[in-house]
Design a binder for this molecule. Structure first.
Ligand code: SF4
Length: 336
């Protein structure tokens, strides 16, 4: 854990010194002009810095954005997020040009399992249903039976017959939460984690619940504190909500508590804070994803003006990964 804390501290310092700070107004205006001229659709993940969320045509979670990229008439999509998200958009809309301005924006969670590792795990459990969180590479999705997001994972795993073994990957916190909630015995969970969410430890959650009796806490199920969030007793349990980022944004509009502590990447606070009369604060200011903060004005402009950052997924991988994504979106396509 000391290692995670050190990494989180480094991340925080790095971001304080880098592009989290909004560019000058004239630079924003130039980007707006480039955007208008390009005819491209800019989509931004809920974890992107505020200035990018404000420039974007649409903000949301990874699946929402991929579906918008698919259904929107624009043929050029600039994806401000990380690689697996842009790949997902390209898989769902292969005929479109999908641009990832920060080409090196990876994901520590997606990196915890490779296609080779998944193939070996699957071979050890013939007949199992492989459930892959969307935070995975296209090659890993291609080997899964179905994809899930944090918003629909519980419902989808809950629909799998209980006599089938489930292999859930890669997030250990989300998987353990689902396994416990559904009391599902035949479910194996890969031990992957995101370094940002893993650093949100149970002690932080307990301290805020203890010290601030008026606060309510929104916890993303990828967090290191998820297990303790599930186990807190009355009266604390009434003040803890396990929510995806999209559900957090929705919940904020009807929130009755005046103070909300948010346990996920701090980028989501930008949208939550649009709701007047409530205070939204991070569980940890250091919960910042460096991968999400790699889009610079120069890179965004290069994507808009020169088509920088085109994402490609090879057709065979794309077709197989598309199958597992469509199985998530359409119950009739699920193999059980
Ligand atoms: S916050 Fe974590 S899961 Fe999300 S993109 Fe960053 S490293 Fe990946």
């Amino acid at each position: 854990m000391a290692q995670w804390r050190a990494r989180a501290r480094q991340t925080y310092i790095y971001l304080m010194l880098s592009q989290t700070i909004a560019p000058a107004p004239e630079v924003i205006e130039e980007l707006r002009d480039a955007h208008r001229r390009s005819g491209a659709l800019i989509v931004a993940h809920n974890y992107q810095p505020g200035w990018i969320q404000d420039l974007a045509d649409v903000t949301g979670d990874s699946l929402q954005l991929a579906r918008i990229a698919q259904s929107h008439p624009a043929t050029r999509i600039v994806f401000c997020g990380v690689r697996f998200m842009a790949e997902t958009a390209k898989i769902l809309a292969p005929e479109k040009t999908v641009l990832l301005p920060a080409r090196d924006a990876g994901c520590s969670l997606a990196d915890t399992i490779t296609a080779e590792q998944l193939a070996a795990w699957r071979d050890e459990h013939p007949g199992a249903i492989v459930v892959a969180y969307v935070n995975t590479s296209a090659a890993v999705k291609a080997l899964a039976d179905v994809c899930v997001t944090s918003a629909n994972a519980l419902e989808i795993v809950g629909s799998i017959p209980t006599d089938r073994t489930v292999l859930f990957l890669p997030d250990v916190f989300l998987g353990t939460w689902i396994k416990r909630t559904l009391r599902r015995a035949q479910m194996l969970v890969w031990h992957g984690e995101c370094h940002v969410h893993a650093a949100l430890e149970p002690a932080l959650l307990e301290r805020v619940l203890h010290d601030d009796p008026d606060a309510v806490v929104y916890v993303h199920p990828e967090c290191g504190c998820t297990t303790s969030a599930l186990l807190v007793d009355e009266p604390w349990s009434r003040r803890v909500r396990l929510l995806s980022t999209t559900q957090m944004v929705q919940a904020a509009s009807t929130e009755t508590h005046s103070r909300v502590i948010v346990a996920t990447e701090t980028g989501v606070l930008h949208q939550l804070r649009r709701h007047q009369g409530r205070r939204f604060e991070p569980l940890a200011r250091s919960a910042v994803c460096t991968y999400m903060h790699r889009v610079t004005p120069t890179l965004l402009r290069a994507a808009l003006e020169d088509g920088w950052g085109a994402v490609d997924v090879d057709p065979t991988t794309s077709a197989a990964a598309r199958k597992s994504l469509l199985a998530m979106l359409d119950p009739a396509r699920r193999p059980w």
